[in-house]
Design a protein around this ligand. Structure first.
Ligand SMILES: NC(=O)c1ccc[n+]([C@@H]2O[C@H](COP(=O)([O-])OP(=O)(O)OC[C@H]3O[C@@H](n4cnc5c(N)ncnc54)[C@H](OP(=O)(O)O)[C@@H]3O)[C@@H](O)[C@H]2O)c1
Length: 159
């Protein structure tokens, strides 16, 4: 990985750390999707194959990169077979990790910033989770709050 590559993750999590259920988001919160778009526009996104398959298609005005050992690149997505290859290709650009659980788990330790939407719900029977992060990051900005969710930017605490 190039040391100047800036890696950030963006995620929406429930109060019990659930991010997904049955291959999809456990909620539909349009305001949160607007924030996702605003924060990620113009950047390169890296996602796991299952997250890619949960989307209606490539996210416009962003480079869509997918990590997978089973699917191939096509015009709208660039597929990497190994995480290291994607990080190498990112070179000095900002790379947004956009999920899902498997990919967050593998990349949290190299993320410098997190954009976390805390959804004010407990989700039963979730099957994808965000790893524990609160000991390694601190809140740097409170970006938005309403009845449904609170969006905060977290930055890594120097170790
Ligand atoms: N709440 C949120 O913010 C949020 C965000 C994104 C996703 N989600 C949810 O999360 C769920 C999906 O998460 P998930 O953990 O099940 O799957 P995922 O992380 O999206 O995808 C897992 C797949 O990615 C590929 N992969 C992961 N690491 C790899 C590596 N090191 N090398 C090569 N390939 C690798 C593999 O694909 P192959 O099997 O093809 O090799 C693996 O099966 C869905 O419910 C989705 O809606 C929620």
């Amino acid at each position: 990985m190039n040391p100047s590559c800036h890696i950030k993750a963006i995620v929406a999590i429930s109060e019990n750390s659930v991010i997904g259920k049955n291959g999809d988001l456990p909620w539909k919160i349009s305001e949160d999707l607007k924030w996702f778009k605003k924060i990620t526009l113009g950047h390169t996104l890296l996602m796991g194959r299952k997250t890619w398959e949960s989307l209606p298609g490539a996210l416009p005005r962003r480079e869509n990169w997918v990590l997978s050992s089973t699917i191939k690149s096509k015009p709208e997505i660039k597929v990497f077979k190994k995480l290291g290859d994607a990080l190498e290709a990112a070179y000095d650009r900002t790379l947004f990790i956009i999920g899902g659980g498997e990919l967050y788990r593998q990349t949290l330790s190299i993320c410098s910033e997190l954009y976390v939407s805390e959804v004010h719900r407990v989700i039963e029977d979730g099957d994808a989770f965000f790893p524990p992060f609160r000991n390694d990051f601190k809140v740097s900005e409170k970006l938005f709050h309403n009845e449904e969710f609170s969006l905060k930017k977290w930055i890594r605490v120097p170790s």
